[in-house]
Ligand binder design. Structure first.
Ligand code: B4P
Length: 185
């Protein structure tokens, strides 16, 4: 978890490789569908371009289908999901049915100024349609309202690991890996 631009996608790939599990990014799955022009992609693009969340029903069904793939049998890392309370509840049910409870929830902590700077840099380099300043502001607002409160839910369950997301990418990855290893039995 973490605000847009906190480095979830960047870290998910590194940390999943370190632990030998697949990284499942809802943002990446949506973007792949957008570029392939699938009906899911056409629907998702409307929301992503505005910096809003894709509706829960669409996102939840997509995650349920992905978690049913055989490569998740020995574990997985979710990147950018859950982002709403309804997604938390849906995920609880899916994982209960698979008898595979969440072990850790990682929150990447990054200053808002640093986030805006990173996303504007990405806008210049990659041209992602949801990285304009106006859309970034909306994404940060949506995160504050809908997703930030979820960290308290996971903290209460004793699952939350808060990690400093600033500094060099490899240093952040090492912090995340250490936090997970230290919290694992
Ligand atoms: P995501 O793909 O999850 O994207 P994000 O929040 O913008 O970025 P992330 O935190 O992964 O940052 P990144 O590593 O790329 O979501 C995009 C959209 O998809 C959402 O707005 C929403 O519409 C939709 N969506 C996704 N999941 C959803 C869900 N569950 N429910 C509903 N809708 C959903 O890093 C950002 C930049 O910073 C990069 O350029 C990177 O190179 C740079 N960076 C990373 N780490 C750095 C570091 N340590 N130092 C300097 N720069 C760094």
């Amino acid at each position: 978890m973490g605000p847009p631009g906190a480095g979830k996608g960047t870290q998910a790939v590194l940390v999943a490789e370190y632990f030998g599990v697949p990284a499942i990014s809802t943002g990446d799955i949506f973007r792949a569908n957008v570029s392939e022009g699938t009906p899911l992609g056409v629907e998702a693009q409307r929301y992503m371009d505005a910096g809003d969340y894709v509706p829960d029903e669409i996102t939840n069904d997509m995650v349920r289908d992905r978690l049913a793939q055989p490569d998740t049998a020995s574990g997985f890392l979710l990147d950018g999901y859950p982002r709403t309370l309804s997604q938390v509840e849906f995920l609880d049910n899916v994982l209960a049915a698979q008898n595979a409870p969440l072990e850790h929830v990682i929150e990447l902590v990054v200053d808002e100024d640093e986030i805006v700077a990173r996303l504007l840099k990405r806008a210049a380099e990659e041209g992602r349609t949801d990285d304009s300043e106006e859309v970034i502001r909306n994404r940060l607002r949506v995160y504050r309202e809908q997703t930030a409160p979820l960290t308290a839910v996971y903290a209460e369950r004793g699952l939350l690991l808060r990690v400093d997301g600033q500094g060099a990418v490899d240093d952040v990855a090492a912090r995340v890996e250490d936090a997970i290893s230290a919290a694992s039995p």
